[in-house]
Design a protein around this ligand. Structure first.
Ligand SMILES: [Zn+2]
Length: 801
């Protein structure tokens, strides 16, 4: 019995070590992915991105962890533990900052396996030593608390995790994932031993007869499932299941999906990254335990997301202040959150759904996320990042070098080198081709390994050649995914549809055409394969127009553009006047595409003719025809400075945002005392209410209680008699309120003087607040605004007459 147990354990260990991480984590699923270690990418699109991640992003992110004190935190914790200092000062901001170091090690491990780099290997080893020294005797590892419990998010261990998200358990989850990756890639147990000591502490602490809680931020479940697969120790899987089953007992917050037992959940709710990790963890535990109740829940949740809560880019999480899901069909573009981490979590979840169900529709989501909402998150230079990835922008967005909360950059670091692991999979004698990424792979399946090689110009061209080499001729099935977009469906369900229904898919095997029979999204070719056989797939890639379900108010009268797997956007630098939100793309205006090798690293652009709208003096909208319009792939936006951008340009004049009429305010030079989004102040776009996230607004957040100003310097002295303001106020969702008060000053020479006899300064919500006064001649005006104590403020629009 004991011998058998040991034997099973060594087999699992052997599999984990020899076949790489993505094979090991997927044990228990009916379909097995071909591990990233078995896939060699030689792809003109992804190859350079993976190489940039290796040569730029990984060292850059490690350096950021040093300069921001994340590495120092481990060293200080070590000094405290050895009694050199009684307590210290945590150097960075968040209790989960340890997790960034773990995630970057995970990415470095994948990368080391693909391209060995002795310096990187040695650096990771040195970091692991530092991490190990920060671990307490019983396995606890959370530097913020070790450094100074009183000033930490966890004065007592674990008790703040569930409701206040101390992130002790979240850190642990990322530690386990990193440890498993590092072990699989390098065969070194150094980080794995640290992880196992920590996991043993968790197993001894939590459980039916121990402490009852759940991680405030999920990922622990995924990590524990991986530890089970590496060690064969059932207790880790049991704890993952325990953490799942405790959720909703007692009823906790919607925000972290603690409002209901997970098996009773049917809607995607709350924080989108937590949700994605939770659903992926449920899929893993279901695969490893055979418990179908998790699958019933995540199947329903998947329908909810894909049918009502998914952006056309594949992004999820519409609501910024909870970083999470909004109500069904509520998909604002300007304020879309679409956190980069949520895209990664969405890939994790959907790929597991494919491994479970074998249907290509889940891979359609994986591909959509990969080429669009995810890839937008990292600039081509590899050292600039987006946290939210909105679908519309006024001139306020550019990628950042880093973030105080650095979850997204560190997640990008670990995700990119793992992409090869999503390309192929197998089940008994069926070999799945999931994604079209050039390169070769060895697929270890029934009857011996099969070599496969893909080449082509995807995503720019739809011709893909797939060479299959079984060594010796034998019968099996090659299942090639025919993307939903190529069959006329942008996504499963009816949230989005193509305006045109044309689709063109053809294929040949050894030069002979075959009838196209698609089964659950796969073209299944069963035959005796012999060395030298080749499948040539042709997917038509016309420019396509996408329309959203009519319940998506934000997209009414609008159209998105796609070509192949790529979603496109219009961006300021491609418009002669820098404006794109005022453009209208009528349905009948033809669209062509061409490859521009010198633009944005080489991209296929779409081009055609549009209408341009402008507001006239009396508010009437004028339309100019024949405006040349160009669209670029969405992932490539924000590489040419801050500018306007939209994924959903208007297809009807009434849905466009016309350029403002020439008024005193719109022609003035506008300055503000800091704040974000000042161009909104004179754009003449009226919100539906003071909390309308579909209309651009300006805000001073996070400033609170201060005196601020908005200033308009006129092109020439003007006689002014009325000024009106529409205040932004996000009561119940944010920290902006109408101000405590305001006044108007006018400029005469160098002096600012209050206007005489004002009629009153309103601070009402959901309407414009107008102040009248006797005519004054001024070179400019300044609105001086007193923010309420403890609150910030914002402005949609200022009018001057
Ligand atoms: Zn993030």
């Amino acid at each position: 019995m004991r011998f058998l147990h040991l034997l099973c354990r060594s087999i699992i260990l052997f599999l984990a070590v020899t076949s790489g991480v993505s094979r090991s984590w997927a044990q228990g699923y009916p379909i097995t992915p071909v591990a990233f270690t078995e896939v060699k990418v030689d792809d003109r699109f992804w190859g350079p991105r993976i190489e940039t991640n290796r040569t730029v992003t990984i060292p850059y992110a490690f350096q950021q962890c040093v300069t921001t004190g994340r590495v120092r935190n481990f060293e200080i914790a070590d000094s405290v533990l050895r009694g050199i200092i009684p307590k210290g000062a945590f150097c960075s901001r968040y209790g989960f900052d340890d997790s960034d170091v773990f995630k970057i090690i995970e990415g470095a491990a994948y990368s080391l396996h693909t391209t060995y780099d002795p310096r990187l290997d040695a650096y990771v080893d040195s970091l692991i030593v530092i991490i190990g020294r920060a671990q307490e005797n019983d396995g606890y590892l959370y530097t913020m608390r070790t450094i100074d419990p009183e000033k930490s998010w966890a004065k007592e261990r674990w008790v703040n995790d569930r409701a206040k998200s101390s992130h002790e358990l979240y850190n642990a989850g990322h530690l386990y994932e990193a440890a498993v990756a590092h072990y699989a890639a390098t065969k070194k147990r150094s980080l794995l031993n640290i992880a196992l000591r920590n996991a043993d502490l968790l197993c001894a602490t939590f459980g039916p007869s121990g402490m009852h809680t759940v991680p405030g931020h999920q990922v622990t479940e995924i990590g524990l499932a991986k530890l089970f697969l590496v060690t064969g120790q059932r207790k880790y899987l049991d704890l993952a299941k325990f953490f799942l089953d405790e959720r909703g007992h007692p009823k906790g917050e919607l925000y972290n999906q603690d409002h209901l037992p997970v098996v009773d959940q049917r809607e995607a709710i709350g924080h989108a990254v937590r949700a994605g990790y939770l659903y992926a963890g449920m899929a893993d535990v279901a695969a490893l335990t055979g418990d179908e109740s998790y699958i019933r829940a995540i199947d329903a949740i998947w329908e909810d997301v894909v049918g009502t809560k998914l952006y056309v880019t594949g992004g999820t999480g519409a609501v910024g202040n909870i970083e999470g899901f909004g109500p069904p069909y509520d998909l604002p573009n300007l304020s879309a959150y679409c956190e980069t981490c949520a895209s990664i979590a969405n890939v994790y979840w959907n790929f597991r759904m494919f491994l479970r169900h074998g249907d290509a529709r889940y891979l359609d989501i994986v591909e959509r996320v990969l080429y669009n909402s995810f890839l937008s998150g990292v600039g081509m230079s590899g050292d600039r990042f987006f946290y939210p990835n909105p679908l519309e922008a006024i001139k306020s967005r550019e990628r950042s070098p880093w973030f105080a909360c650095a979850c997204c950059p560190s997640n990008i670091v670990r995700f990119i080198p793992s992409i090869p692991g999503y390309v192929y999979a197998h089940r008994r004698d069926t070999l799945f081709v999931n994604l079209f990424i050039g390169g070769s792979a060895t697929v270890p399946f029934d009857g011996g390994a099969v070599s496969i090689r893909q080449s082509g110009e995807y995503p720019w061209q739809g011709n893909v050649a797939i060479a299959v080499d079984p060594g010796v001729a034998r019968e099996f099935t090659v299942a090639v995914r025919i993307p939903g977009w190529a069959q006329g469906h942008p996504v499963p369900g009816n949230l989005y549809r193509y305006l045109e229904s044309d689709s063109h898919v053809a294929f040949t095997v050894d030069g002979k055409p075959y009838p196209l029979e698609i089964d659950r999204g796969f073209l299944r070719i069963r035959r005796f394969w012999k060395p030298g056989d080749e499948i040539v797939l042709t997917l038509g890639m016309p420019a396509r127009r996408v329309l959203a379900h009519e319940k998506v108010l934000a997209d009414r009268g609008k159209v998105a553009l796609e070509r192949g797997p790529l979603v496109y956007c219009l961006e300021g630098p491609d418009a002669p006047d820098g404006h794109v939100l005022n453009l209208v793309l009528p349905d009948n205006a033809p669209l062509q595409s061409r490859f521009e090798s010198n633009l944005l690293g080489g991209v296929e652009i779409l081009h055609g003719s549009a209408l341009a709208t402008r507001r006239g003096a009396k508010g009437l909208i004028t339309v100019e025809r024949g405006r040349v319009v160009r669209a670029i792939p969405y992932y490539a936006w924000a590489h040419r400075g801050r500018s306007e951008m939209t994924v959903w340009p208007a297809r009807e004049v009434k849905a466009a945002k016309p350029l403002p009429a020439p008024t005193i305010a719109s022609t003035a030079t506008l300055t503000t005392s800091g704040g974000e989004g000042s161009e909104a102040i004179v754009d003449q776009m009226l919100p539906k209410s003071s909390n309308d996230h579909g209309t651009p607004y300006f805000h001073w957040w996070p400033k609170k209680g201060t005196t601020e100003w908005v200033q308009l310097d006129f092109t020439k002295p003007e006689t002014v008699r009325r000024v009106a303001v529409y205040w932004y106020d996000d009561t119940e969702t944010g920290e902006c309120r109408v101000p405590a008060g305001w006044r108007v000053l006018c400029r005469k020479g160098e002096e600012w003087k209050p206007i005489p006899s004002p009629s009153g300064y309103g601070v009402l919500k959901d309407r414009s607040n107008e102040v009248k006064f006797p005519p004054v001649k001024a070179a400019g005006i300044r609105l001086e605004i007193q923010l309420q104590e403890g609150w910030s403020a914002g402005v949609y629009e200022v009018w001057v007459k």
